[in-house]
Ligand binder design. Structure first.
Ligand SMILES: Cc1cc2nc3c(=O)[nH]c(=O)nc-3n(C[C@H](O)[C@H](O)[C@H](O)COP(=O)(O)OP(=O)(O)OC[C@H]3O[C@@H](n4cnc5c(N)ncnc54)[C@H](O)[C@@H]3O)c2cc1C
Length: 375
């Protein structure tokens, strides 16, 4: 079915269109948090706002930006604005944007034409790399490949249209495969009983026996792991997390009692929360700029940014709880939902390793570099 026909007219920049759906995303988010199923209506909001298409390669219908920097600056704002509305939908959207970038970098002309049509039909994509051992393997030969194995933490399992999945080939580095992601029989959400990020439905998706046509292979072996884009790409989830931090700060401000507002001790906590949120913003912004530039120290920046944003989120969560008190923990309150979502979303792969690798890079050389104008 095509979603394009009934779509309202898109107008304004992607950031303006994202801003217009923050409030409805937040309202729907409360509902999908209470009864977690795939957030169909929230995704429809993204689709109707044209945001599923905005960051597609231009040949697949993406918006035109003056240059890569402008595109990444817009991407950063849209990711954080969507994250402000609802972190689960932000995670789904971040996966979609990641997939669009992989198409941009590695797709053939034919694959871009198919993508263009799929996006017209309203397709939502994701990227699934995490897997339980022994991982997903490509078996067979050039005349017919199939996959074996499953993905875990597969955001949107059963609800996305397609996922780009990593699969180990028997000869050479891992490949990327464009796989259908909406098959209920392959989906297992039974273990996704989480405190937060419930609507992401990040369950298990069994790829066993799925046929892989030659045009379902994206790029060449090892493309997914190519640096600096692979590691620097972490900036995108930090942008969504930042949106959650900013939303938490805004909710805290709104919920502050008159007594708290007039108390210098409470104001001092609020000031520290503002500093934490804005400092995280500056790191994410620089990281996005370095990603846009394909900067060689992008990976070190992204690894350090992950820790900065995690620390800021933990601090703002604590300040919000202390400023607002028990009201911050009431079921159904937005502050409670954001804190629960953030506490789960912050758990990303190898945080200690990431910080250590960043430290090694900084010890090795001057990662700040010449400070060339990045924007
Ligand atoms: C909401 C959500 C959605 C997600 N969606 C996706 C998705 O769509 N696609 C996808 O591919 N992935 C997804 N992920 C997975 C994500 O990328 C990470 O793989 C996952 O969150 C890591 O979880 P963990 O904290 O349990 O990791 P672990 O790696 O088990 O880390 C737990 C702790 O163990 C430590 N540790 C781990 N390994 C070592 C080691 N070798 N030596 C020393 N210490 C170690 C870590 O530093 C950390 O402190 C998602 C995760 C979340 C939370």
């Amino acid at each position: 079915m095509s979603f394009a026909e009934n779509k309202p007219a898109e107008s304004g920049t992607p950031e303006q269109r994202a801003q217009m759906i923050v409030e409805p995303l937040s309202k729907l988010g409360a509902r999908y948090d209470a009864a977690p199923v795939f957030p169909v209506e929230s995704v429809k909001l993204l689709r109707d706002a044209g945001l599923l298409r905005s960051f597609a390669p231009p040949d697949a219908g993406g918006d035109a930006f003056p240059d890569r920097h402008a595109r990444y600056a817009s991407m950063m704002d849209v990711l954080r604005i969507v994250g402000r509305g609802d972190l689960s939908v932000g995670r789904l959207y971040e996966g979609h944007v990641n997939a669009l970038l992989l198409f941009d970098w590695f797709a053939t002309t034919g694959q871009l034409a198919v993508l263009r049509q799929q996006l017209k039909e309203g397709a939502l994509f994701g990227v699934w790399a995490t897997e339980p051992p022994p991982g997903v393997r490509l078996v067979g030969a050039d005349d017919g490949w199939t996959m074996e194995g499953a993905k875990s933490f597969a955001t949107g399992a059963g609800g996305l249209s397609y996922a780009i999945v990593t699969a180990q080939s028997s000869h050479g580095p891992r490949r990327l495969v464009i796989a259908k992601a909406d098959e209920a029989a392959r989906t297992d959400l039974s273990q996704w009983r989480m405190r937060g990020m419930r609507a992401t439905g990040s369950g298990i998706y069994d790829l066993g026996g799925m046929a892989v046509a030659p045009d379902a292979l994206l790029g060449q072996g090892g493309d997914y792991d190519r640096e600096p884009d692979f590691t620097t790409g972490a900036w995108r989830f930090t942008a969504v997390q930042l949106g959650g931090i900013e939303a938490l700060l805004a909710e805290t401000r709104a919920a502050m009692t008159m007594v708290a507002r007039e108390d210098p001790l409470q104001r001092a906590k609020f000031a520290d929360a503002v500093v934490a949120a804005r400092s995280a913003y500056l790191w994410v912004r620089e990281c996005a700029a370095r990603a846009a530039a394909g900067h060689q120290d992008g990976p070190a920046f992204a690894r350090m940014t992950r820790g900065v944003v995690e620390r800021a989120a933990l601090d703002v969560m604590e300040y919000a709880s202390r400023i607002i008190g028990t009201r911050s923990a009431i079921d159904g309150q937005r502050i409670d939902k954001i804190i629960r979502d953030l506490s789960v979303y912050l758990r990303q792969a190898g945080p200690d390793y990431a910080k250590d690798q960043a430290a090694i890079a900084w010890i090795d050389h001057d990662v700040w570099g010449s400070g060339d104008a990045l924007w």
